[in-house]
Design a binder for this molecule. Structure first.
Ligand SMILES: C[S@@+](CC[C@H](N)C(=O)[O-])C[C@H]1O[C@@H](n2cnc3c(N)ncnc32)[C@H](O)[C@@H]1O
Length: 228
């Protein structure tokens, strides 16, 4: 596998979720023409889905290689704010994992990429998430998708929880704190991006930093937390 199968609508979601996939010229247009035009029109029609497919694949492959050592064959994984799920496809294909997705099912009219105290910003479409997984050969019985705003969240234990640039990056960890306590086993590992890694030393026994983003607005760190 060298790239993902995706259509223009799914490529648009990838661009909204990972702004680094945007060509510099498109980023400039966003600055001049505004967030509304960018979110609704420019990000859809001024992109090349073939290029996005390749660059999204490369980005997700890098993310996969970074966290691979924390994963085992057949793990039960929870992904919070997966976006279209490229990383999860690679995890499933390499390690036969079952993936549970918790995501939101709307695209904000004017996406703001910042700390969202009320957690109103979202950029996903759960039908397109499902289509992307199936189109890239993930078996139906290997995933389940939950809408954060509508569904009762799954009450089961996970081996690993992953949330790249979502939990404690765009909205507060506290939103999920109680739920995570319910679904984590003593040996469960949780991986996410945050600007306050030290805060998590009060919550988890082990907090390891595996990546630092110096060039983004957030200057976040990727942490791997566990209690063993
Ligand atoms: C910046 S994107 C990151 C997507 C993906 N993890 C990646 O690394 O490409 C953040 C994602 O979090 C989702 N999101 C926002 N609030 C959420 C919530 N309460 N629960 C789950 N996902 C949420 C958004 O819809 C969006 O897809």
């Amino acid at each position: 596998m060298q790239n993902f199968i995706l259509n223009r609508k799914i490529a648009q979601l990838a661009v909204l979720q990972r702004i680094e996939l945007c060509e510099p010229s498109l980023k400039k247009m966003r600055k001049f023409l505004g967030r509304y035009l960018f979110s609704s029109f420019l990000s859809k029609y001024l992109i090349n889905p073939v290029k996005i497919s390749k660059s999204y694949f490369d980005l997700m492959e890098k993310e996969f290689l970074l966290i691979k050592k924390y994963l085992k064959n057949n793990d039960k994984i929870l992904s919070i704010g997966s976006g279209i799920g490229g990383l999860e496809i690679l995890i499933n294909k390499n390690l036969n994992s079952h993936i549970t997705f918790i995501e939101k099912n709307y695209i904000s009219k004017k996406i703001k990429y910042g700390w969202d105290k009320n957690n109103q910003e979202a950029y996903n479409n759960l039908n397109l998430l499902k289509k992307f997984l199936l189109d890239n050969d993930i078996k139906k019985d290997k995933f389940a998708i939950f809408d954060f705003d509508k569904n009762k969240l799954p009450d089961t234990k996970f081996d690993l929880i992953v949330s790249l640039y979502s939990l404690d990056y765009h909205y507060e960890f506290e939103l999920y704190k109680h739920y995570l306590n319910k679904v984590m086993k003593p040996e469960t590992i949780i991986i996410f991006d945050t600007i306050r890694p030290d805060y998590f030393k009060q919550i988890y026994e082990k907090v390891e930093i595996i990546k630092q983003d110096f060039h983004t607005v957030h200057k976040s760190k990727r942490v791997v937390c566990s209690n063993l």
